[in-house]
Write a protein that binds this ligand. Structure first.
Ligand SMILES: O=C(O)C(=O)C[C@]1(C(=O)O)C=C[C@@H](O)C=C1
Length: 98
């Protein structure tokens, strides 16, 4: 069998480079979500299920156009948004006491 190590190492280097970009983008997204927290009236407004549905529908369409699996992208986004909701809930409580 051919030595697969160089190919795997190359793939992992490319993944590491993408992760550096993704983390930078996530930091910017987290900053924007944090800014939204004080603008919301209560916990239900923080969760904003209709907005989550809108974001998921949009990224599914973007995934399709980009040649990615919409189901995979939806799973990733639902996990990510839940983490942002948790963070935004803590921030909302901090600024509003609600
Ligand atoms: O759009 C908002 O209102 C946000 O706070 C952003 C965001 C998201 O991460 O996309 C986070 C929490 C809400 O449940 C909906 C969407």
């Amino acid at each position: 069998m051919a030595d697969t190590e160089p190919a795997l190492a190359g793939i992992r280097t490319a993944i590491d480079e993408l992760d550096a970009e993704i983390v930078g983008l996530l930091a910017r997204r987290a900053d924007l979500v944090r800014q939204a927290a004080p603008l919301k009236s209560d916990r239900q407004a923080v969760r904003a299920p209709e907005r989550v549905a809108q974001v998921v529908a949009r990224v599914r369409a973007l995934a399709g156009a980009a040649g990615a699996d919409p189901d995979l992208i939806e799973r990733i986004y639902r996990g990510m948004i839940q983490a942002f909701i948790d963070m935004e809930t803590v921030e909302h409580h901090r600024v509003s006491g609600d």
